[in-house]
Design a protein around this ligand. Structure first.
Ligand code: B12
Ligand SMILES: *[C@@H]1O[C@H](CO)[C@@H](O)[C@H](O)[C@H]1NC(C)=O
Ligand SMILES: *[C@@H]1O[C@H](CO)[C@@H](O)[C@H](O)[C@H]1NC(C)=O
Length: 364
């Protein structure tokens, strides 16, 4: 019998560098968990066929773990269909992170953003701080996709930010912190010390500015910048001189949530990751099952086709490129990680970075 093997993937979401755990130990007390679940449901239910396709909502639901799978699929689909040419730099960046968090690989969007950022310059040397909000999102998204190719742009961005003299803006500072922390983490120690030092210096400067905006009740900037600021302060390698009491911030946010301050779905999208101990730096770490990777392989490579058959244990891959299993011949597609057969089905098995999964047409 002829046999076929397909080298299926070296994982699409290969990521160098560190996985980010929220460093500060603050969490939602269990008594308030229903409150958090409540706003998540509110946010997810705002996704309808006719609503504005908001990438921040998809990011938040994927980081938190979506309850409403239909909303997740609908939003993923709408964002996949959106035309990159109609989007601003910031919207494009959020769309890339959103699709990545939904286990898609938005290649065209990434290259479009990359070339737009290569030509980016602020409108003037005294541009509003908020003019850096969209570009910060762009550096963050590109850093997650391809840090090496982003280095030159990120260095230019960091220097421009440092030179800017307009009044500090917390929302913008928070997103810039996430972007530069990503770059800082991806530069390997040893090879890029001077870049690391630059990013570290800018981070220190921004983080000090953020910390001057921490109020006595823990709110950072205003209530609607607090979610992004919490993300920033929990990942930055440069801590502010004044220590931040994360739990106090959390408790005030929960109190304000109870008072109904988070009704706007977008406001929920920006606070939810922090309530779940997640940050935008976790986007590339969202786990995607093998079956999703197969679907992505099929989308990217039109010569690759597979079919599944439903069983009590979930879908089995019954055919690849028209070579189908056959009970009479006792043939099937066996899945291996390296040389080791998988001990879970393709819907359940979570591939790891740089893993080599093979499908081998064989007999039992
Ligand atoms: C930049 C910015 C602006 C710019 C937007 C234009 C520009 N050229 O960039 C300007 C200065 C015009 C602006 C105005 C306002 N803003 Co503003 N803005 C932001 C900021 C810092 C970044 C937004 C962004 O670039 N997102 C990235 C891109 C990719 O996403 P986008 O969806 O395409 O962004 C658009 C919307 O965010 C929209 N927008 C910006 N602010 C607001 C506010 C409201 C209420 C609405 C409906 C839309 C909106 O403008 C963006 C560009 O088109 C956010 C911070 C944050 N945490 O989101 C605050 C933020 C969204 N703004 C806020 C507020 C309150 C306002 C104002 C109502 C302030 C005021 N008192 O007038 C006004 C809007 C008034 C109006 N005419 O309706 C709040 C919203 C809070 C809330 N719960 O509603 C935020 C969260 C700031 C904060 N931490 O308090 N804003
Ligand atoms: C920090 O705030 C000061 C004062 O508003 C400002 O001059 C400086 O540019 C800010 N730094 C950054 C990196 O935003
Ligand atoms: C793949 O299947 C063929 C045919 O059954 C078998 O000879 C071969 O050893 C298998 N390869 C692996 C890596 O299991």
């Amino acid at each position: 019998m002829a046999w076929f093997a397909f080298y299926l993937l070296s994982l699409l979401w290969a990521t160098a560098g560190t996985s980010t755990q929220t460093r500060s130990s603050c969490s939602v007390p269990s008594a308030q968990q229903p409150l958090v679940d409540g706003i998540q449901v509110l946010m997810e239910n705002s996704v309808t066929a006719s609503s504005y396709p908001n990438p921040s909502i998809l990011i938040a639901m994927n980081l938190a773990g979506a309850y409403n799978v239909e909303a997740q699929e609908l939003l993923t689909h709408k964002l996949t269909a959106s035309d990159a040419a109609d989007l601003t730099i910031g919207q494009l960046a959020l769309t890339i992170m959103a699709l990545t968090s939904s286990c898609q690989d938005p290649e065209n969007e990434v290259s479009s953003l990359q070339s737009q950022m290569e030509n980016w310059a602020p409108s003037s040397s005294n541009a509003e701080a908020t003019a850096f909000y969209g570009p910060s999102l762009a550096i963050l998204a590109l850093c997650q996709k391809n840090p090496e190719a982003t280095l030159t742009t990120a260095v230019r961005f960091a220097k421009t930010l440092l030179a800017n003299s307009s009044p500090f803006n917390v929302d913008t500072g928070a997103v810039a912190t996430l972007a530069l922390t990503c770059m800082y983490n991806k530069i390997s120690v040893g090879s890029g010390e001077s870049y690391r030092a630059l990013f570290g210096q800018v981070l220190k400067d921004i983080v000090e500015n953020i910390s001057t905006r921490i109020k006595d009740n823990g709110i950072i900037g205003d209530i609607y910048s607090t979610g992004l600021a919490m993300q920033a302060l929990s990942v930055t390698p440069e801590q502010p001189d004044k220590e931040w009491d994360c739990q106090k911030t959390m408790d005030t946010i929960l109190y304000e949530t109870e008072q109904g301050k988070f009704k706007n779905p977008m406001s929920i999208a920006q606070i939810l990751p922090s309530l779940k101990g997640k940050t935008y730096l976790d986007v590339p770490q969202v786990t995607c099952s093998t079956v999703v990777v197969l679907e992505e392989a099929e989308r990217k490579n039109p010569t690759f086709k597979f079919e599944t058959t439903m069983t009590s244990w979930g879908p089995v891959v019954s055919s690849i490129n028209s070579i189908a299993e056959n009970v009479n011949h006792k043939t099937y597609w066996e899945f291996l990680s390296g040389k080791t057969p998988l001990n879970e089905g393709v819907a359940d098995y979570i591939p790891f970075d740089h893993e080599h999964i093979t499908a081998n047409f064989t007999q039992y």
